[in-house]
Design a protein around this ligand. Structure first.
Ligand SMILES: [Zn+2]
Length: 441
Protein backbone atom coordinates (compact mmCIF):
# COMPACT_ATOMS: atom_id res chain seq x y z
CA UNK A 1 0.00 0.00 0.00
CA UNK A 2 1.21 3.54 -0.71
CA UNK A 3 1.71 5.43 2.57
CA UNK A 4 -0.06 8.78 2.68
CA UNK A 5 3.13 10.63 3.34
CA UNK A 6 4.02 10.05 -0.30
CA UNK A 7 1.63 12.89 -1.00
CA UNK A 8 3.65 15.28 1.12
CA UNK A 9 4.23 18.49 -0.85
CA UNK A 10 7.98 18.13 -0.54
CA UNK A 11 8.00 15.14 -2.86
CA UNK A 12 8.00 16.23 -6.52
CA UNK A 13 4.85 15.45 -8.46
CA UNK A 14 6.79 13.45 -11.08
CA UNK A 15 8.08 11.14 -8.38
CA UNK A 16 4.59 10.63 -7.02
CA UNK A 17 3.35 9.71 -10.52
CA UNK A 18 6.29 7.35 -10.95
CA UNK A 19 5.64 5.76 -7.57
CA UNK A 20 1.94 5.43 -8.35
CA UNK A 21 2.65 3.72 -11.65
CA UNK A 22 5.22 1.46 -10.05
CA UNK A 23 2.71 0.30 -7.51
CA UNK A 24 0.14 0.37 -10.22
CA UNK A 25 -3.51 -0.21 -10.52
CA UNK A 26 -3.52 -3.26 -8.28
CA UNK A 27 -2.40 -1.24 -5.31
CA UNK A 28 -5.30 1.13 -5.90
CA UNK A 29 -7.86 -1.59 -5.98
CA UNK A 30 -8.94 -3.09 -2.70
CA UNK A 31 -9.87 -6.53 -4.03
CA UNK A 32 -6.74 -6.91 -6.12
CA UNK A 33 -4.70 -5.94 -3.10
CA UNK A 34 -6.50 -8.60 -1.13
CA UNK A 35 -5.73 -11.21 -3.80
CA UNK A 36 -2.04 -10.31 -3.83
CA UNK A 37 -1.87 -10.48 -0.02
CA UNK A 38 -3.62 -13.83 -0.01
CA UNK A 39 -0.93 -15.23 -2.33
CA UNK A 40 1.68 -14.13 0.20
CA UNK A 41 -0.30 -15.78 2.96
CA UNK A 42 -0.46 -19.16 1.20
CA UNK A 43 3.03 -19.03 -0.30
CA UNK A 44 4.85 -21.10 2.33
CA UNK A 45 2.21 -23.81 2.09
CA UNK A 46 2.60 -23.80 -1.69
CA UNK A 47 6.37 -24.27 -1.50
CA UNK A 48 5.81 -27.21 0.88
CA UNK A 49 3.31 -28.69 -1.57
CA UNK A 50 5.89 -28.47 -4.37
CA UNK A 51 8.43 -30.27 -2.21
CA UNK A 52 5.98 -33.02 -1.24
CA UNK A 53 4.77 -33.57 -4.81
CA UNK A 54 8.27 -33.57 -6.35
CA UNK A 55 9.32 -36.31 -3.93
CA UNK A 56 6.49 -38.58 -5.09
CA UNK A 57 7.71 -40.37 -8.21
CA UNK A 58 5.12 -39.86 -10.97
CA UNK A 59 6.84 -41.04 -14.12
CA UNK A 60 4.07 -41.47 -16.69
CA UNK A 61 4.18 -45.27 -16.48
CA UNK A 62 4.20 -45.34 -12.65
CA UNK A 63 0.41 -45.22 -12.44
CA UNK A 64 0.36 -45.53 -8.66
CA UNK A 65 2.65 -42.50 -8.31
CA UNK A 66 0.68 -40.45 -10.84
CA UNK A 67 -2.50 -41.18 -8.87
CA UNK A 68 -0.78 -40.33 -5.59
CA UNK A 69 0.16 -36.89 -6.93
CA UNK A 70 -3.39 -36.63 -8.30
CA UNK A 71 -4.83 -37.36 -4.85
CA UNK A 72 -2.51 -34.81 -3.21
CA UNK A 73 -3.70 -32.02 -5.53
CA UNK A 74 -7.29 -33.29 -5.47
CA UNK A 75 -7.41 -32.76 -1.70
CA UNK A 76 -6.36 -29.12 -2.15
CA UNK A 77 -9.02 -28.50 -4.80
CA UNK A 78 -11.67 -30.22 -2.66
CA UNK A 79 -10.91 -27.71 0.10
CA UNK A 80 -11.60 -24.89 -2.37
CA UNK A 81 -15.06 -26.24 -3.12
CA UNK A 82 -14.36 -27.89 -6.48
CA UNK A 83 -16.12 -31.06 -7.64
CA UNK A 84 -13.15 -33.33 -8.25
CA UNK A 85 -12.44 -36.75 -9.66
CA UNK A 86 -9.53 -38.90 -10.74
CA UNK A 87 -10.63 -40.41 -14.03
CA UNK A 88 -9.82 -43.95 -15.14
CA UNK A 89 -7.10 -44.23 -17.80
CA UNK A 90 -7.37 -48.00 -18.39
CA UNK A 91 -8.85 -47.54 -21.87
CA UNK A 92 -5.71 -45.79 -23.09
CA UNK A 93 -3.23 -47.60 -20.79
CA UNK A 94 -2.38 -44.70 -18.50
CA UNK A 95 -3.15 -43.57 -14.93
CA UNK A 96 -6.01 -41.18 -15.78
CA UNK A 97 -6.45 -37.47 -15.10
CA UNK A 98 -7.46 -35.17 -12.26
CA UNK A 99 -10.51 -33.18 -13.30
CA UNK A 100 -11.98 -30.45 -11.09
CA UNK A 101 -14.89 -28.15 -11.82
CA UNK A 102 -16.57 -25.23 -10.13
CA UNK A 103 -19.57 -23.33 -11.39
CA UNK A 104 -20.15 -19.63 -10.89
CA UNK A 105 -22.39 -16.96 -12.30
CA UNK A 106 -20.05 -14.41 -13.80
CA UNK A 107 -17.82 -13.89 -16.77
CA UNK A 108 -15.99 -16.19 -19.17
CA UNK A 109 -15.34 -19.81 -18.25
CA UNK A 110 -11.69 -20.49 -17.53
CA UNK A 111 -9.79 -23.74 -18.02
CA UNK A 112 -6.52 -24.23 -16.11
CA UNK A 113 -4.20 -26.94 -17.43
CA UNK A 114 -1.50 -28.91 -15.63
CA UNK A 115 -0.12 -32.44 -15.67
CA UNK A 116 0.62 -34.93 -12.92
CA UNK A 117 3.21 -37.06 -14.70
CA UNK A 118 6.91 -36.49 -15.34
CA UNK A 119 9.52 -38.06 -17.62
CA UNK A 120 11.33 -39.42 -14.54
CA UNK A 121 10.30 -43.04 -14.17
CA UNK A 122 11.19 -45.21 -11.16
CA UNK A 123 14.56 -46.15 -12.69
CA UNK A 124 15.66 -42.52 -13.10
CA UNK A 125 18.60 -41.42 -10.95
CA UNK A 126 16.67 -38.23 -10.12
CA UNK A 127 13.98 -39.04 -7.53
CA UNK A 128 13.98 -36.23 -4.97
CA UNK A 129 14.50 -32.51 -4.80
CA UNK A 130 17.60 -30.72 -3.59
CA UNK A 131 18.13 -27.00 -3.10
CA UNK A 132 21.01 -25.61 -5.17
CA UNK A 133 20.81 -22.37 -3.20
CA UNK A 134 17.98 -20.60 -1.36
CA UNK A 135 15.80 -20.30 -4.48
CA UNK A 136 16.87 -22.82 -7.14
CA UNK A 137 15.31 -26.22 -6.61
CA UNK A 138 16.53 -29.20 -8.62
CA UNK A 139 14.26 -32.21 -8.85
CA UNK A 140 12.07 -34.42 -11.04
CA UNK A 141 9.22 -32.32 -12.41
CA UNK A 142 10.00 -29.17 -10.41
CA UNK A 143 9.42 -27.03 -13.50
CA UNK A 144 7.72 -29.57 -15.77
CA UNK A 145 5.39 -29.21 -14.10
CA UNK A 146 4.56 -29.77 -10.45
CA UNK A 147 5.55 -26.18 -9.77
CA UNK A 148 2.95 -25.08 -12.34
CA UNK A 149 0.29 -27.33 -10.79
CA UNK A 150 0.92 -25.73 -7.41
CA UNK A 151 0.75 -22.24 -8.96
CA UNK A 152 -2.76 -23.17 -10.16
CA UNK A 153 -3.71 -24.19 -6.62
CA UNK A 154 -2.06 -21.13 -5.03
CA UNK A 155 -3.84 -18.72 -7.40
CA UNK A 156 -7.18 -20.39 -6.60
CA UNK A 157 -6.50 -20.30 -2.85
CA UNK A 158 -5.82 -16.57 -3.14
CA UNK A 159 -9.01 -15.95 -5.11
CA UNK A 160 -10.99 -17.93 -2.54
CA UNK A 161 -9.33 -16.09 0.34
CA UNK A 162 -10.13 -12.72 -1.23
CA UNK A 163 -13.75 -13.80 -1.59
CA UNK A 164 -13.87 -13.61 -5.40
CA UNK A 165 -13.68 -17.30 -6.36
CA UNK A 166 -17.35 -17.93 -5.69
CA UNK A 167 -18.55 -16.08 -8.82
CA UNK A 168 -16.13 -17.81 -11.18
CA UNK A 169 -16.69 -20.80 -13.46
CA UNK A 170 -13.42 -22.71 -13.51
CA UNK A 171 -12.26 -26.12 -14.63
CA UNK A 172 -8.88 -27.53 -13.69
CA UNK A 173 -7.45 -30.49 -15.54
CA UNK A 174 -4.16 -32.12 -14.64
CA UNK A 175 -3.50 -34.89 -17.11
CA UNK A 176 -1.71 -38.09 -16.17
CA UNK A 177 0.01 -38.66 -19.49
CA UNK A 178 1.32 -35.39 -20.92
CA UNK A 179 4.86 -36.68 -21.27
CA UNK A 180 3.88 -39.94 -22.93
CA UNK A 181 0.34 -39.76 -24.24
CA UNK A 182 -1.87 -42.82 -23.96
CA UNK A 183 -3.17 -44.23 -27.22
CA UNK A 184 -5.49 -43.68 -28.93
CA UNK A 185 -5.24 -39.91 -28.50
CA UNK A 186 -9.01 -39.58 -29.00
CA UNK A 187 -9.44 -41.37 -25.67
CA UNK A 188 -6.46 -40.02 -23.74
CA UNK A 189 -7.23 -36.38 -24.65
CA UNK A 190 -11.01 -36.73 -24.34
CA UNK A 191 -11.36 -35.20 -20.83
CA UNK A 192 -9.17 -32.28 -21.87
CA UNK A 193 -11.02 -31.64 -25.12
CA UNK A 194 -14.43 -31.90 -23.43
CA UNK A 195 -13.29 -29.38 -20.80
CA UNK A 196 -12.03 -27.06 -23.57
CA UNK A 197 -15.40 -27.24 -25.31
CA UNK A 198 -17.06 -25.97 -22.13
CA UNK A 199 -14.50 -23.16 -21.67
CA UNK A 200 -13.80 -19.74 -23.19
CA UNK A 201 -10.23 -19.24 -22.03
CA UNK A 202 -7.41 -21.74 -21.51
CA UNK A 203 -4.42 -21.09 -19.26
CA UNK A 204 -1.50 -23.54 -19.35
CA UNK A 205 1.01 -23.76 -16.52
CA UNK A 206 3.94 -25.40 -18.26
CA UNK A 207 7.32 -23.74 -17.76
CA UNK A 208 7.52 -22.32 -21.30
CA UNK A 209 11.09 -21.43 -22.25
CA UNK A 210 12.04 -21.10 -18.57
CA UNK A 211 12.05 -17.33 -18.71
CA UNK A 212 9.48 -15.63 -16.43
CA UNK A 213 9.52 -12.64 -18.83
CA UNK A 214 7.92 -14.68 -21.61
CA UNK A 215 4.77 -16.73 -22.12
CA UNK A 216 3.62 -18.97 -24.94
CA UNK A 217 0.95 -17.78 -27.39
CA UNK A 218 1.74 -20.26 -30.18
CA UNK A 219 3.06 -23.79 -30.10
CA UNK A 220 3.87 -25.88 -33.09
CA UNK A 221 2.00 -29.09 -33.68
CA UNK A 222 3.78 -32.19 -34.85
CA UNK A 223 3.05 -35.39 -36.69
CA UNK A 224 5.09 -38.18 -38.27
CA UNK A 225 5.31 -39.25 -41.90
CA UNK A 226 6.59 -42.25 -43.78
CA UNK A 227 7.80 -42.22 -47.38
CA UNK A 228 7.99 -45.49 -49.29
CA UNK A 229 9.55 -45.52 -52.76
CA UNK A 230 9.81 -48.38 -55.21
CA UNK A 231 11.78 -48.75 -58.45
CA UNK A 232 12.64 -51.40 -61.03
CA UNK A 233 15.36 -53.78 -59.98
CA UNK A 234 17.90 -54.31 -62.79
CA UNK A 235 21.60 -54.51 -63.51
CA UNK A 236 23.23 -51.17 -62.80
CA UNK A 237 24.47 -50.91 -66.38
CA UNK A 238 20.82 -50.55 -67.48
CA UNK A 239 19.96 -47.59 -65.23
CA UNK A 240 18.32 -44.59 -67.01
CA UNK A 241 17.05 -46.75 -69.89
CA UNK A 242 13.33 -46.26 -70.58
CA UNK A 243 12.22 -49.59 -69.12
CA UNK A 244 14.46 -49.40 -66.01
CA UNK A 245 14.27 -45.77 -64.95
CA UNK A 246 16.32 -44.34 -62.08
CA UNK A 247 15.68 -46.68 -59.15
CA UNK A 248 14.22 -46.03 -55.72
CA UNK A 249 17.21 -44.28 -54.18
CA UNK A 250 17.50 -41.56 -56.84
CA UNK A 251 13.77 -40.92 -56.59
CA UNK A 252 14.01 -40.67 -52.81
CA UNK A 253 16.87 -38.20 -53.03
CA UNK A 254 14.86 -36.10 -55.51
CA UNK A 255 11.88 -36.03 -53.14
CA UNK A 256 13.89 -35.10 -50.04
CA UNK A 257 15.85 -32.46 -51.93
CA UNK A 258 12.60 -30.91 -53.23
CA UNK A 259 11.13 -30.91 -49.70
CA UNK A 260 14.19 -28.94 -48.65
CA UNK A 261 14.19 -26.59 -51.64
CA UNK A 262 10.49 -25.79 -51.57
CA UNK A 263 9.73 -25.70 -47.84
CA UNK A 264 12.83 -25.05 -45.75
CA UNK A 265 12.47 -21.26 -45.96
CA UNK A 266 8.92 -21.36 -44.57
CA UNK A 267 8.88 -19.57 -41.20
CA UNK A 268 8.32 -21.81 -38.17
CA UNK A 269 7.93 -24.93 -40.33
CA UNK A 270 10.33 -27.85 -39.91
CA UNK A 271 10.44 -31.37 -41.30
CA UNK A 272 13.13 -33.81 -40.46
CA UNK A 273 13.83 -37.10 -42.20
CA UNK A 274 15.26 -39.01 -39.28
CA UNK A 275 15.49 -42.54 -40.65
CA UNK A 276 16.28 -44.01 -44.07
CA UNK A 277 17.00 -47.44 -45.48
CA UNK A 278 17.23 -48.40 -49.15
CA UNK A 279 18.46 -51.16 -51.45
CA UNK A 280 17.14 -54.25 -53.15
CA UNK A 281 15.48 -55.81 -50.12
CA UNK A 282 14.47 -54.20 -46.84
CA UNK A 283 13.47 -55.55 -43.46
CA UNK A 284 12.33 -52.65 -41.29
CA UNK A 285 11.89 -53.43 -37.58
CA UNK A 286 8.38 -53.52 -36.19
CA UNK A 287 9.07 -50.68 -33.71
CA UNK A 288 9.82 -48.35 -36.67
CA UNK A 289 13.20 -47.24 -35.37
CA UNK A 290 15.59 -49.70 -37.03
CA UNK A 291 15.90 -52.30 -39.77
CA UNK A 292 18.06 -54.11 -42.25
CA UNK A 293 18.78 -53.22 -45.88
CA UNK A 294 20.37 -55.41 -48.50
CA UNK A 295 21.73 -53.98 -51.76
CA UNK A 296 24.64 -54.17 -54.15
CA UNK A 297 26.48 -51.43 -55.98
CA UNK A 298 25.74 -53.06 -59.33
CA UNK A 299 22.00 -53.42 -58.83
CA UNK A 300 19.45 -50.63 -59.39
CA UNK A 301 17.71 -50.08 -56.04
CA UNK A 302 14.20 -51.37 -55.62
CA UNK A 303 12.98 -49.96 -52.33
CA UNK A 304 13.51 -47.21 -49.79
CA UNK A 305 11.78 -46.23 -46.58
CA UNK A 306 12.18 -42.80 -44.97
CA UNK A 307 10.56 -41.72 -41.73
CA UNK A 308 10.39 -38.21 -40.41
CA UNK A 309 8.36 -35.60 -38.57
CA UNK A 310 6.66 -32.37 -39.55
CA UNK A 311 6.10 -29.39 -37.24
CA UNK A 312 3.91 -26.42 -38.08
CA UNK A 313 2.68 -23.37 -36.24
CA UNK A 314 -0.91 -23.41 -37.52
CA UNK A 315 -3.37 -25.85 -39.01
CA UNK A 316 -3.24 -23.82 -42.20
CA UNK A 317 0.55 -24.04 -42.42
CA UNK A 318 0.36 -27.77 -41.71
CA UNK A 319 -2.23 -28.29 -44.45
CA UNK A 320 -0.21 -26.34 -47.02
CA UNK A 321 3.01 -28.17 -46.15
CA UNK A 322 1.28 -31.54 -46.51
CA UNK A 323 -0.13 -30.53 -49.90
CA UNK A 324 3.29 -29.39 -51.14
CA UNK A 325 4.95 -32.58 -49.95
CA UNK A 326 2.29 -34.75 -51.58
CA UNK A 327 2.68 -32.87 -54.87
CA UNK A 328 6.45 -33.33 -54.81
CA UNK A 329 6.00 -37.04 -54.15
CA UNK A 330 3.61 -37.39 -57.09
CA UNK A 331 6.05 -35.96 -59.64
CA UNK A 332 7.95 -39.23 -59.92
CA UNK A 333 11.16 -39.82 -61.85
CA UNK A 334 10.87 -42.50 -64.59
CA UNK A 335 9.77 -45.97 -63.52
CA UNK A 336 9.45 -45.17 -59.83
CA UNK A 337 6.49 -44.91 -57.51
CA UNK A 338 6.33 -43.13 -54.20
CA UNK A 339 3.83 -43.04 -51.38
CA UNK A 340 3.78 -40.55 -48.53
CA UNK A 341 1.65 -41.33 -45.47
CA UNK A 342 1.10 -38.90 -42.59
CA UNK A 343 0.31 -40.32 -39.15
CA UNK A 344 -3.19 -39.71 -37.94
CA UNK A 345 -3.61 -37.82 -34.70
CA UNK A 346 -0.40 -36.19 -33.60
CA UNK A 347 -0.23 -32.98 -31.62
CA UNK A 348 -2.20 -30.09 -33.13
CA UNK A 349 -0.58 -26.65 -33.12
CA UNK A 350 -1.60 -23.92 -30.70
CA UNK A 351 -2.31 -21.50 -33.53
CA UNK A 352 -1.33 -17.89 -33.03
CA UNK A 353 -4.77 -16.27 -32.90
CA UNK A 354 -5.95 -12.73 -32.24
CA UNK A 355 -7.45 -13.98 -28.98
CA UNK A 356 -4.14 -15.41 -27.77
CA UNK A 357 -2.36 -12.16 -28.52
CA UNK A 358 -5.06 -10.23 -26.66
CA UNK A 359 -4.67 -12.51 -23.65
CA UNK A 360 -0.88 -12.01 -23.74
CA UNK A 361 -1.51 -8.26 -23.64
CA UNK A 362 -3.82 -8.64 -20.63
CA UNK A 363 -1.23 -10.81 -18.87
CA UNK A 364 1.43 -8.22 -19.65
CA UNK A 365 -0.73 -5.40 -18.27
CA UNK A 366 -1.29 -7.24 -15.00
CA UNK A 367 2.41 -8.07 -14.73
CA UNK A 368 3.34 -4.42 -15.22
CA UNK A 369 0.63 -3.24 -12.80
CA UNK A 370 1.93 -5.58 -10.12
CA UNK A 371 5.47 -4.31 -10.65
CA UNK A 372 6.83 -7.46 -12.31
CA UNK A 373 7.71 -5.78 -15.60
CA UNK A 374 6.67 -6.58 -19.14
CA UNK A 375 6.12 -10.02 -20.61
CA UNK A 376 6.53 -10.96 -24.27
CA UNK A 377 5.77 -14.00 -26.46
CA UNK A 378 8.06 -17.02 -26.71
CA UNK A 379 9.35 -17.74 -30.20
CA UNK A 380 7.27 -20.78 -31.29
CA UNK A 381 10.50 -22.47 -32.43
CA UNK A 382 11.43 -22.66 -28.72
CA UNK A 383 8.09 -24.04 -27.53
CA UNK A 384 7.52 -27.77 -27.79
CA UNK A 385 4.20 -29.54 -28.07
CA UNK A 386 1.94 -29.49 -24.99
CA UNK A 387 -1.56 -30.35 -23.84
CA UNK A 388 -2.92 -26.83 -24.34
CA UNK A 389 -2.68 -27.32 -28.11
CA UNK A 390 -5.68 -29.65 -27.92
CA UNK A 391 -7.82 -26.73 -26.71
CA UNK A 392 -6.81 -24.41 -29.56
CA UNK A 393 -9.79 -25.27 -31.74
CA UNK A 394 -12.36 -24.73 -29.00
CA UNK A 395 -11.43 -21.71 -26.86
CA UNK A 396 -11.35 -18.03 -27.79
CA UNK A 397 -8.06 -17.33 -26.05
CA UNK A 398 -5.19 -19.49 -24.82
CA UNK A 399 -1.76 -18.89 -23.34
CA UNK A 400 0.76 -21.25 -21.78
CA UNK A 401 4.04 -21.08 -19.89
CA UNK A 402 2.49 -19.55 -16.75
CA UNK A 403 4.22 -22.07 -14.50
CA UNK A 404 7.32 -22.22 -12.34
CA UNK A 405 10.26 -21.03 -14.43
CA UNK A 406 13.73 -19.58 -14.11
CA UNK A 407 15.60 -22.89 -14.18
CA UNK A 408 16.50 -25.22 -17.00
CA UNK A 409 17.48 -28.76 -17.91
CA UNK A 410 13.91 -29.97 -18.45
CA UNK A 411 13.57 -33.71 -18.94
CA UNK A 412 17.17 -34.26 -17.75
CA UNK A 413 18.62 -35.06 -14.34
CA UNK A 414 19.45 -31.35 -14.09
CA UNK A 415 15.84 -30.14 -14.19
CA UNK A 416 15.49 -27.12 -11.95
CA UNK A 417 13.33 -24.08 -11.32
CA UNK A 418 13.41 -20.86 -9.36
CA UNK A 419 10.99 -20.97 -6.40
CA UNK A 420 10.82 -17.18 -6.39
CA UNK A 421 8.78 -17.33 -9.60
CA UNK A 422 5.91 -19.10 -7.77
CA UNK A 423 4.77 -15.94 -6.01
CA UNK A 424 5.04 -13.82 -9.14
CA UNK A 425 3.23 -16.25 -11.43
CA UNK A 426 0.44 -16.93 -8.91
CA UNK A 427 -0.16 -13.22 -8.31
CA UNK A 428 -0.34 -12.41 -12.01
CA UNK A 429 -2.57 -15.43 -12.68
CA UNK A 430 -4.99 -14.68 -9.86
CA UNK A 431 -5.35 -10.98 -10.71
CA UNK A 432 -5.63 -11.80 -14.42
CA UNK A 433 -8.48 -14.22 -13.69
CA UNK A 434 -10.21 -11.72 -11.43
CA UNK A 435 -10.05 -9.04 -14.13
CA UNK A 436 -11.16 -11.43 -16.90
CA UNK A 437 -14.22 -12.58 -14.96
CA UNK A 438 -15.16 -9.08 -13.82
CA UNK A 439 -14.63 -7.36 -17.21
CA UNK A 440 -11.82 -5.18 -15.89
CA UNK A 441 -9.91 -5.00 -19.18
ZN1 LIG B 1 5.18 -30.54 -19.22
Amino acid sequence: MIPFKVFNKKIPFALVVLTMSMFGFAQNNRLERKIVKAVDKHLDGAIELIKTSVNINSGTMNFEGVRAVGTLFQNELDKLGFQTQLTDGTAYCRAGHLVATKKGTKGPKILMIGHLDTVFELDSPLQEYTMENDSIMKGPGVADMKGGDVIIILALQALKNAGVLEDMTIEVIMTGDEEKSGKPLELSKKDLIEAAKRSDIALGFENGDNNPKTIVVARRGSLDWELKVSGVRAHSSQIFLDDVGVGAIYETSRILNEFYKQLSKEKNLTFNPGFIIGGTALKPDADATGGHAYGKSNVVSQETIVRGDLRAVSLDQLKKAKETMKKIVSESYPKTEAQLVFSSGGYPPLSLSEGNTKLLNYFNTVSEDLGFGSVTAVNPRHAGAADISFTSEYVDMAIDGLGLTGGGGDHTIYESGNLNTVERQAKITAVLMYRLVNSKF
